[in-house]
Design a protein around this ligand. Structure first.
Ligand SMILES: [Zn+2]
Length: 417
């Protein structure tokens, strides 16, 4: 049975059109990310556009039941592909598209011949989101529904036509809005604040899950302090409705303040714990295996590790501040995986003895490590590894870890790996 908390989290991304206030709606669960509609006097504004043209079409069809006004403006909260890839559906080219002047993806992938690990990124992205899994196995993306249309994935992007350099006030055809630069999950985040309605569209700077301070698909360092500072700034706005880029909106001034400030405190806790542990000379493995949130934060339903993970965040903070070297001179040298496996087998009394130890191992992390050694040494331990990955996946609360374990197991089962 999958982790019950992760299964229950699916209610956060169940399909729904939610009215936030008169003339303002959010589409949740139609795509990996949410799309928002703001009706003006004679025209409408769309905030974010989903990851595919099919999802955007489904959302537009629902929005047309709410408002028939032409869409004159699109605002991108940031450049992640799941927010910018349905724009052609909402506008045939006539709408102004606003984004931060820092607009660019934090994905490593680039076009052309530039050097970049694009195949690794594609493979890991596929695994993180469980794109080869059945909908039953892929119970969640961590931030979005496990089942979503894939037709037209990435196909509907339009480039921004207005790059915002400063925070500024704009008129959404009769409705006052502030565009505020707020770096967080990406450096190019720009949130939309409706001061007269007390509604805040925060992009991915908050969602109902521990923040994805490091995405295992592969990301450059996400600035922890900047994200925490942005959450303080957003909390001080005094919003009564928080409409995030993923998961359901939050209603009530106190609730909005609570989710924003507690998430900030969780980020600060990871920073402080990791910095103190590095100062004390702890190894990276010891930091990652010992860090937890304090109870008053761990108890918050929106800080459970459905999407981001505390231990990965500690590793990311360490790498993002002092780099990969952990201060232990042992780690200045390198053993190849083959060399380590061979010497481990010798220590165990041979590969057969190592195999006996691996099959008897109770700690599943340890078992995986031993199985990897055996695999390098040419032992056929594929079935045991598949079984172990599947067992780990079942108890895992983090959707991206679960999807990655299951994707690896699937590849091993099909023999494509
Ligand atoms: Zn997103």
């Amino acid at each position: 049975m999958p982790n019950p908390d992760l299964v229950a989290h699916s209610s956060q991304t169940a399909r729904d059109i939610i009215e936030l206030d008169d003339g303002i709606w959010t589409a949740v669960g139609y795509a990996a990310s949410n799309v928002h509609l703001i009706e003006g006097l004679n025209s409408a504004t769309i905030i974010d556009t989903s990851e595919s043209t099919r999802a955007a079409q489904n959302i537009l069809a629902e929005f047309r039941k709410c408002s028939s006004k032409p869409i004159s403006r699109i605002i991108y909260t940031h450049s992640h592909r799941d927010h910018i890839s349905g724009a052609t559906v909402f506008s045939d080219g006539g709408a102004a598209i606003h984004a931060s002047h820092k607009f660019s993806s934090d994905l490593i992938a680039v076009d052309g011949d530039a050097i970049a690990p694009n195949k690794a990124l594609a493979r890991r992205t596929r695994a993180q989101f469980g794109m080869g899994l059945s909908p039953e196995e892929r119970i969640s993306l961590g931030c979005g529904p496990g089942d979503r249309p894939m037709e037209g994935l990435g196909a509907g992007f339009r480039a921004p036509t207005v790059l915002e350099v400063e925070d500024r006030h704009i008129d959404l055809d009769g409705l006052s809005a502030d565009l505020i630069h707020a770096p967080g999950e990406t450096d190019d985040h720009m949130v939309v604040w409706l001061p007269d309605r007390k509604i805040l569209f925060c992009g991915d700077n908050w969602y109902h899950a521990f923040p994805n301070l490091y995405a295992i698909r592969g990301t450059p360092y996400r600035d922890f302090q900047a994200w925490a500072d942005s959450l303080s700034l957003l909390a001080d706005l005094g919003a009564e409705v928080l409409a995030p880029g993923h998961t359901r909106p939050v209603f009530g001034r106190r609730n909005v303040h609570d989710v924003l400030t507690s998430t900030r405190d969780a980020i600060l806790h990871v920073m402080r714990y990791t910095a103190d542990a590095m100062d004390a000379g702890l190894s990276m493995d010891d930091i990652a295996s010992s860090i937890t949130l304090p109870d008053h934060l761990a108890d918050k339903p929106w800080l459970k590790e459905f999407y981001g993970k505390v231990s990965w965040s500690a590793r990311a903070y360490a790498v993002g501040t002092l780099g990969w070297y952990d201060g232990n001179p042992t780690n200045l040298g390198t053993l190849s995986t083959e060399s380590r496996a061979r010497q481990m087998a010798e220590l165990a009394g041979g590969a057969d003895a190592l195999e006996v130890a691996a099959l008897a191992a109770v700690d599943l992390q340890w078992k995986l490590e031993l199985l990897d050694h055996l695999s390098v040494l040419g032992k056929d331990v594929v079935q045991e590894k598949i079984k172990t990955l599947r067992t780990l996946a079942e108890s895992e609360i983090n959707a991206t870890a679960r999807n990655t374990y299951l994707s690896e197991a699937l590849e091993l089962t099909s023999g494509s790996k």
